[in-house]
Design a protein. Sequence first.
Length: 352
Amino acid sequence: MILVTGGAGFIGGNFVLDWLSDAATEGIINLDKLTYAGNLETLDSLKNDSRHIFVHGDIGDKELVSKLLQEYKPRAIVNFAAESHVDRSIHGPAEFVQTNIVGTFNLLECAREYWNSLEGVAKDKFRFHHVSTDEVYGSLTVTDPAFTEKNAYEPNSPYSASKAASDHLVRAWFHTYGFPVVTTNCSNNYGPYHFPEKLIPLVILNALNGKPLPIYGDGQQVRDWLYVGDHCSAIRKVLEAGKLGETYNIGGWNEKANIEVVNAICRILDELKPRVDGKSYAEQITYVKDRPGHDRRYAIDASKVERELGWRPTETFDTGVRKTVQWYLDNPVWIEGVVSGSYRDWLQKQYN
Ligand code: NAD
Ligand code: TYD
């Protein structure tokens, strides 16, 4: 088996579904705290699949994590569990320090103790895969080259600082203890089952609900966009063939300014579900106050993972965003489930 943490969240949930869609693969123990971002409805199709064992719990719970490792003896751990939203980290950084730093530390320590108890092939083959972000590298100017794995860490938000700290712990556990780790730093993911606090799902749902499409600042901030299915295939590749102690940047080769992203979504919605008044959804675009410390540009140079492991994304931005918009149109029940009171409270707090 493998142990996945945060497998009820956006990327972890997609990873679990993707992994288990192959009937021949081994099972998953899915440890998730079910914060506001965790959603078991994403995993509904696995209800009767005995290869999926869901455990409600915290990566920071030493007793629980050690017990799971002893009981299920996973051959690998993939760590997705995190607080992941920059805006929330600005309002309340404490949870970010707790889960992303202290939680990862606890997971590493429990896993190291477990790994020390293994022998032979089981010990040699064990892997700890840490899922991280390009935001640890800080912000680029328009003309800077894209981030490579050699860029210095210059995190600017409480979120990225906490992820950077966790990456450093993972690195140190390899160098100090020989603990077998690989780390991936990826760009902005998008796709099905994405909680609608992040730009792409927020804009799709606000558009359909006739609400403003909030653009922070001048909308010229640039992100690289990676379709979540491509991210899942990259993680599988690195888990299978990545070199121990190495980090791999994972990106979609899709740099876009935020305003371009929002306009692209509006164009697709205009085509797939035109507004009743015949006007474009772009009419709903509203410029709002900028995010404090807003990073101007992220860009990923994903050539190392291509050169060394032969991975490249399959979706372009156009194909990926079209699939994503279609998924939100086709899944009103899932959306209904996440648009709860706590979500409405968040919108009130962030967008007044
Ligand atoms: P998410 O917020 O959608 O999901 C996080 C999941 O972790 C949730 O299911 C939540 O319940 C769970 N969780 C939170 N705290 C926990 C704890 N203490 N113990 C156990 N489970 C806990 O996040 P995501 O977008 O799926 O991101 C997954 C990982 O990928 C994160 O580590 C994030 O930093 C990284 N990442 C995300 C993006 C992106 O664009 N979404 C980009 C780069 C890197
Ligand atoms: P987000 O999806 O929160 O991801 P991240 O901050 O991790 O990159 O935001 C993506 C970009 O979109 C970022 O530059 C902030 C911007 N943004 C808006 O302009 N309006 C919004 O309402 C949100 C949520 C984000």
